[in-house]
Design a protein around this ligand. Structure first.
Ligand code: H79
Length: 423
């Protein structure tokens, strides 16, 4: 080999070492995120032995429930009515495209057959790997399967803080050793149940960006395209507004996580959101260019509460009628507001009207020609377009109490239309 070639080889080797797995171009990032972004709507599932008590997962340890009692609940956890295929069918009926299960919450209990601790579902009376069963059912029914894994662990002896709520400092701890445990466990999730749709970390107490990036880089050696949220301590791939809808953002991917009732884990008679609230939450999210991870907390017997199943099915019926303007779309160009929201794909803008005075919708001017306007899966509607903007007249017969959906066909790509406010 001549000197020049040796030099180039060395240069490349050094560059790849420095660049590492963490470096990707914006185009590579967009490609890696595309399946996750296109899905738009997923099911979050918060579940564990604490469902027996009906108090909040993780947080009620050492507060409403004494630590000693909380940590022994798994000895009675026997969700004999658990059926992974049924959970997946419910998610599918709701129009959801992926599921994220709490494999380990802040309380440290593991819902899979982990080799890293005995504090797991295989040592409950149930003795079934519910994570494995759910992963398999998702694959079978064509949904993405992702795992929630709490970064903080108030049960683990090496973690710096403990319950209640991580407010108590442990006299002796070892964060490096805990990090090895976390890597071994999240590695098991990827290796045994992957490829995963996402890995959803939570509450990176005591983790800084360097420690978090170490976890991310390790997981990328196991699954290079793995999509990881922003709760490892490092930046990660997407933002996670919790219990509120994120602001309009087409640059940084984001996903709102929100509960169908108030509590993450099962709570008897918890107040449940109305159908309108559920659907408009999804629309306000996709209209802002985000995903929605909508949470249910199954009962201790393994069933999702019947009224929640009913609500999710109603939601699915609406979402499916109008799915063309949800999946695979991007948010905008008209920013969400009390008036409604919009999404776009190819040469179409989907306008979801929440409020229209006298059935008239006024949208700002856009640098594209509207060729036609129609109610989604319905008749053409009257519209005018001039320098002042677009005016659509909704027929009273088409009014939908949740949102009236109008598809505007343009003469050019809808993504080229600049983002604007609706006044
Ligand atoms: O798993 C769910 C929450 O337990 C977890 N993230 C979601 C996905 C979470 N951990 N920390 N936080 C959220 C932020 C802190 C929220 C709190 Fe509270 C508000 C802690 C105390 C008041 C929620 C309400 C928990 C107890 C009461």
């Amino acid at each position: 080999m001549n000197k020049k070639i040796v030099g180039v080889c060395l240069g490349l080797a050094v560059w790849s070492l420095v660049a590492g797995a963490g470096t990707e171009t914006p185009e590579q990032f967009a490609a890696r995120m595309k399946p996750w972004r296109d899905a738009r709507f997923g099911m979050f599932i918060h579940w564990g032995p604490v469902s027996i008590k009906g108090t909040e997962i993780g947080w009620s340890r050492g507060s409403q429930i004494p630590i000693e009692e909380y940590d022994n609940l798994y000895k009675q956890f026997n969700p004999v009515k658990f059926n992974a295929d049924e959970w997946v069918s419910v998610a599918k009926a709701a129009g959801m495209k992926y599921i994220v299960l709490t494999t380990k919450h802040h309380d440290g209990f593991c819902l899979w057959d982990t080799k890293q601790t005995d504090y797991n579902i295989m040592n409950s009376p149930f003795k079934r790997d519910v994570t494995g069963e759910l992963a398999k059912a998702c694959r079978k029914q064509g949904l993405g399967f992702g795992t929630y894994y709490s970064t903080c662990d108030w049960h683990h002896p090496d973690f710096p803080v403990t319950s209640p709520g991580g407010s108590v400092k442990r006299p002796v701890s070892n964060l490096d050793r805990y990090t090895e445990y976390l890597k071994a466990q999240s590695g098991e999730l990827v290796k045994n149940y992957g490829p995963l749709f996402t890995l959803w970390f939570d509450v990176p107490q005591h983790f800084d960006a360097k420690r978090g990036q170490g976890v991310i880089d390790y997981l990328h050696t196991l699954q290079p395209n793995l999509v990881i949220n922003n709760r490892t301590g490092a930046r990660g791939d997407y933002e996670t507004p919790e219990q509120h809808i994120g602001g309009f953002n087409m640059e940084r991917p984001w996903e709102t996580c929100m509960t169908i009732c108030n509590q993450w884990a099962f709570k008897p008679n918890d107040s449940m959101k109305s159908l309108k609230q559920c659907v408009q939450t999804l629309l306000n999210t996709v209209g802002g260019d985000g995903n929605l991870l909508f949470n249910v907390g199954p009962q201790p017997d393994g069933l999702i509460e019947a009224r929640q199943v009913e609500r999710l099915k109603e939601m699915g019926a609406w979402v499916k009628r109008n799915g063309e303007g949800i999946y695979g779309t991007r948010g905008g160009p008209f920013k969400p507001g009390a008036w409604g929201v919009s999404t776009r794909k190819d040469k179409t803008i989907y306008v979801y009207v929440f409020q229209a005075k006298d059935g008239v919708v006024r949208l700002p001017a856009i640098p594209a020609k509207v060729k036609s306007a129609r109610i989604l899966k319905g008749d053409k509607v009257k519209f005018t377009q001039d320098d002042a903007g677009i005016v659509i007249t909704l027929p009273a017969t088409a009014a939908d109490p949740i949102a009236t959906v109008v598809a505007l066909k343009l003469n050019s790509p809808a993504l080229d239309v600049p983002v604007c406010d609706v006044k």
